[in-house]
Every structure is written in C-alpha cells, then in structure tokens.
Design a protein around this ligand. Structure first.
Ligand code: CU
Length: 495
C-alpha cells in the first residue's frame, strides 16, 4: 500500500537522528530537542483516504466509560450494571488486585451464596478476571476499578485468571474456595457481558488521535528518567572502572504511570556499558537493594569462571550494603547484556537489566554490517509493563532516519516472554545473532526475539513517513484504549 502522499511536516524534523559511527560509545540514542513540539499535526492525510494516523487509530478505544463503571455477568433487571442493592445486601465481597502478572485477593475463601468482587487494575497493562464455568469480566484498563458480580456460587474450588494472551502463563492465576452449602442452590451462569455503556467511539477515537498526533509531532511523551545512556568509566591505574549502584526507585513508564523499579544507577534499563574486545575492565557493584544481588554478563565469553555472576555457582551474593568488583576481559565481541542472576525471576523484570556492547577488535567485521547510525532496543515485560528501553508508548523513543540511511538496531530481550518485533513498510536485514555475525544475512519484517536473545538488524530506510514499529503480540502493543507498551514508530525523513 502506497503512502507516498504522506509528507513529514517540519515538526518531525525536530527529531535528531542518531549520530554516525558504529564505534562511538554514544551512538545509540536519539537526541530529543528540549523545546516544546509544535502543536501542528505532523503528517497530512493522503488523498486516497488511507493514512498512517487512521491506521494507528483503527481499533483504538480509550474506554473512559469503563472508569468506575460496574458490570455484571448475569442478566439483571437493574440495568445500571452496578451490582444492585438487592443482591449485594448479603453478598460476600473481596477486593481483587490485578497486576503484571498477579491476581491478589483480600480473601480467597467465601461462604456459599452471592459473591461480588471489586477488581482493581494496579498494573501497567490491561487485565481481566476470568473464572472457568462462570465467565469473564470485561478488560479493565490501567488504574481502573470495576465491580464483578459472580452471582451465587456453590461450594467448591474455582480457578481465576487473566485471559489476556500470555498473562495466565506469566503467573496471573490462582484459586479461591467457596465453603458450605449454597443458600440458593443455584450456580450463576455467565451470560453476555454487558457492554460498557457510553463507550462513544468518537470520543475514544479523538482521545487516541490526540495522543498519536502529539507523539508524531515531537519528542516522545515526557516522563522522568531515561535509561540505556552510555556509562562513562573512571580511570584507575589505567583501567576503566564502571560503577553500578543498585537501588529502588519509582520509575515513570509512561506519563503518570509510576511503578517500583529495581535499577542500576536509578534507570531502566541500566546505563549502557561499551568496551572493546580483549580490553580488561572492572565493574564495581554497590548494592543498595533490600535483597542480595549479583551481575551476570549475558553472552560475554570470559575465561575467568569466577566473574560469571551467578550466586552460589560462581560467587557469593552481594548483600545489601556491600560492594563487589568484577574484572572482565571479553573474548568475543557483539551485542550482549548484563542483568541480575540472583532472584533473577523478580530482579530482572523489576529492571536490573542493561546493554553490554563489545566492539570488535580482533574478530573481522563483515561488509554487510556497515551502517550509518544505531539504536539499542531492550525489550522488557513484567511489573513495569511491556516496554522498549523501560518505557511504554507514548513515552517510547522513535527511530529516526533519512531515506537511504542504514540503521543498526540491536534488539535485546530481557523479558520473560517472546516478542515478535514488526516493522511496517520496510525489511529488516538480520546480520548478527547473540553477538555472532551470521554466515549470510536474511531479511524479515517480523523477528521473533526470545528471552535472552539478541539480534542485530540493519534497515535501509526507503519511504518517507512514520512507520509503526511494534511487538506483534498485539496485547503488548495496542488495545481498546489505544497504542501502548511495545509500540513506537520508525520515522523516515526525506534525504
Ligand atoms: Cu511482545
């Protein structure tokens, strides 16, 4: 589909492309102007009726209407949807917190009879509550609360979970028990879920359009904190010493969405460490977490086993308040990572992640690796939501390139689940996997990146415009309330 009618207006020129040169230690970010973006729309609609904006807007619904709105699974006479006084008078209640990726209830034991749950979405992603044999609540957007009337339940053990793709598998499941005999003997049967009343599609589209237009016309939505910036080492006796301090902070994933993060130097992802193949460096880790920790150098070949960073396998844990020093001499070059290897199932998703890039010195670099600019995209999921470099749309940074520019993207998956990254309108040439140059590059538009994997891809920008660039597990990227999470755009400017 041609998008040639699209024109980037001057506002988008506020995006400064990454600086040139693959060996510089500061080439992997977009520098955003500090000035306020012009409020003018960044792109014009094409005359053939298709537009990027319209595409982005499609399927989006900011369901403000769901705010504070109750709903019922039963056919009810009280059409308001909020559990009626009649049934709630004797109903057992509980508050159920839905977050990434847990279902946590104030109680999980109820007497037989009517039960009404208050569902609170306290995570950074949309969730619902599903009970086999009973039904599913509508999806509850971030920060929203809703009432979920289960009707009258008989004694037994029930399983509840979130049925958004991948969330049950990620841990959003549990059981609750109904004790005693049912007063009514009737098990509630799920009927059609009530549609949130007042979900005016015009208002929803308008709200979404506003967010996307603002995103396309200037820097990403303002949030505090920016991770992945190059870490400058100290020189001690001629040796580069990189200092990392683990600490707990409130991390702003997208505007106003703050979550507790466990960080290196206060940012998610941690600062980027970039060195040369064969160079000996030190990394000094100071632990200010309430737990022990350690750092593993993921993908980095090290002859010294003691430096591998797995607690009790190669070292003792670095306890709270302690400082520990790693001495590293990377044998291989490439796109690698560093992350906690202590309670890694929680410490890594909470933010103890970073890029560790080793520029080749002795390994020959193939001609097909040539590029003009580069970006590192660390994918994260879990308690900080679905993110690219610790941010969710509209706070994600776009890739910006000129027609003909060759851009290297280093994908790194520090999450717990796979993310198929998809670029619209262009091919990505896969040139390296886990730091190893491929024998022959290959082309894709969607690239599955499993936890722990790194892929280097090169894109030659061809067609001017803003091209969506997102994870294609769509629950990670787009929902009724709009684009979110692992979504950004690839902006191609005229040469
Ligand atoms: Cu994904």
């Amino acid at each position: 589909m041609a998008c040639t009618a699209w024109t980037l207006l001057p506002a988008q020129e506020g995006w400064v492309t990454a600086t040139m040169g693959p060996t510089s230690a500061s080439t992997d970010e977009v520098t955003m102007p500090d000035s306020n973006p012009t409020p003018e729309p960044a792109i014009r609609e094409s005359t053939d009726g298709f537009s990027v904006l319209a595409f982005l807007a499609a399927g989006i619904a900011v369901v403000f209407a769901v705010v504070a709105m109750g709903f019922s699974l039963r056919n009810r006479s009280d059409s308001g949807g909020v559990a009626g006084a009649e049934s709630t008078a004797k109903a057992a209640t509980a508050v159920v917190s839905l977050s990434d990726f847990r279902v946590k209830a104030s109680t999980s034991t109820f007497p037989a009879g009517p039960i009404v749950l208050t569902l609170k979405n306290e995570g950074p992603s949309a969730h619902n509550l599903t009970i086999d044999g009973i039904g599913a609540s509508p999806v509850i957007t971030v920060g929203q609360t809703a009432s979920f009337d289960l009707g009258s339940l008989e004694a037994g053990t029930y399983t509840w979970y979130c049925n958004v793709s991948g969330h049950k598998e990620a841990g959003m499941t549990g059981t609750f028990t109904v004790t005693g005999s049912s007063a009514t003997g009737a098990v509630a049967s799920a009927s059609a879920t009530t549609t949130p009343a007042g979900a005016d599609y015009k208002a929803v589209d308008a709200a979404h359009q506003k967010v996307v237009k603002a995103f396309l016309s200037g820097p990403p939505a303002k949030t505090s904190g920016l991770g992945g910036q190059p870490l400058e080492p100290k020189l001690e006796n001629g040796v580069k010493v990189f200092e990392l301090t683990t600490k707990v902070v409130q991390w702003e994933v997208s505007p106003g969405q703050l979550f507790e993060a466990w960080t290196y130097n206060g940012v998610v992802p941690g600062p980027q460490i970039r060195i040369k193949q064969g160079e000996t460096i030190k990394v000094r880790l100071k632990n200010e977490l309430p737990q022990s920790t350690s750092i593993h150098w993921h993908g980095v070949e090290l002859a010294d086993n003691k430096q591998d960073g797995v607690t009790f396998v190669t070292q003792d844990p670095v306890k709270p308040g302690e400082t520990y020093e790693y001495t590293l001499t990377p044998i291989n070059c490439g796109s690698h990572m560093y992350h906690s290897h202590h309670a890694a199932d929680s410490q890594v998703p909470l933010g103890l992640i970073g890029a560790f890039i080793v520029d080749c010195a002795t390994t020959p670099v193939p001609a097909f690796y040539a590029h003009d600019s580069e970006y590192t995209e660390i994918l994260n999921d879990g308690p900080l939501g679905f993110g690219i470099n610790g941010k969710g749309f509209p706070a994600t940074a776009p890739v910006v390139a000129k027609v003909g520019e060759k851009t290297l993207v280093r994908f790194m998956n520090e999450g717990l689940i796979i993310h198929p990254m998809h670029l619209h309108g262009h091919r990505m040439t896969v040139v390296a996997k886990d730091g190893n140059f491929l024998p022959a590059p290959y082309e894709v538009d969607t690239l599955n990146i499993a936890p722990g994997e790194r892929y280097d891809v090169i894109v030659t920008s061809l067609y001017p415009g803003a091209w969506a660039f997102h994870c294609h597990i769509l629950t990670h990227a787009e929902s009724e309330q709009g684009l979110h999470g692992m979504t950004t755009v690839w902006v191609v400017q005229p040469a």
